[in-house]
Design a binder for this molecule. Structure first.
Ligand code: ZN
Length: 250
């Protein structure tokens, strides 16, 4: 094992309350494109902003057409070794919460209980009413959209329904951000996996952890702006690194 991976393993062993913070890099290893990178989704199609979705039926139709064409590549993928290593740490009671910038549901798919996952950018695998927050399943909406051309509305209140992703221009989810801040203040290790830590306010979470006395470890293929702040930095693949740092046998 490389010295860095050994150091990461030791750091995890010494920690009592770990906050895991994940970004696109953990899911690219599952074949999900990093949508902000060159060649990613937003270099191929223009994002639909939240206010456009609210204002324009055409934009809503376009958004749903994209969703059901699978254009963004967010759904139908499987967790990888990195997700499973995190799930093991959660199962061992090491990890209090997994804060993720990803919308792909792969932490839950890898076995992390939903209540341990804090999704600061939402979730693309289901939809939600913008008025009453009732959950709507995509499969059900898909049938009436593709079949009858119906733009989804809420069965409970008639409000607008949108995928549960936080769109460009949509306010950050307040409850999730507060929970993430709460966890950041209480952890003794913040483990960042696959985030370039440039998208705020989410990227402020590891800074909060560090300021409140936690150690900070970053595993990311590319250097990040916060590398100088970290106690340990691995420019490494997440699946292989985490498989050694949090092995199945420990
Ligand atoms: Zn509703």
């Amino acid at each position: 094992m490389s010295a860095d991976r050994t150091a990461l393993r030791r750091m995890i062993e010494e920690a009592r309350r770990v906050l895991v913070f994940t970004g696109a890099g953990i899911s690219t290893e599952s074949g999900i494109p990093d949508f902000r990178s060159p060649g990613g989704v937003w270099s191929k199609m223009k994002p639909i902003y939240f206010d456009e979705f609210l204002r324009s039926e055409d934009k809503r139709r376009e958004a749903w057409t994209r969703t059901f064409s699978g254009a963004a590549g967010w759904t139908g993928r499987r967790p990888n070794a990195g997700h499973y290593a995190v799930a093991r740490l959660v199962a061992q009671g090491k990890v209090s919460a997994v804060v993720t910038q990803n919308v792909d549901n792969l932490h839950q798919d890898s076995g992390v209980p939903g209540e341990r996952v804090i999704e600061v950018h939402g979730n693309a695998s289901y939809a939600k009413c913008l008025e009453c927050e009732t959950r709507h399943e995509l499969e059900v909406l898909k049938q009436s959209f593709l079949g009858a051309g119906e733009i989804p509305t809420c069965r409970e209140c008639g409000g607008l329904v949108k995928t549960a992703v936080i769109s460009f221009g949509q306010p950050m989810p307040e409850r999730e951000m507060l929970r993430a801040e709460f966890e950041a203040r209480r952890c003794d290790l913040c483990l960042v996996l696959g985030s370039s830590l440039v998208v705020y306010p989410a990227a402020g979470i590891p800074i909060t952890a560090k300021r409140n006395g936690a150690r900070l470890a970053i595993v990311n293929r590319e250097p990040t702006d916060m590398d100088p702040l970290a106690d340990l930095v691995l420019h490494d693949e997440i699946g292989p690194a985490m498989s050694e740092a949090a092995p199945a046998s420990s």
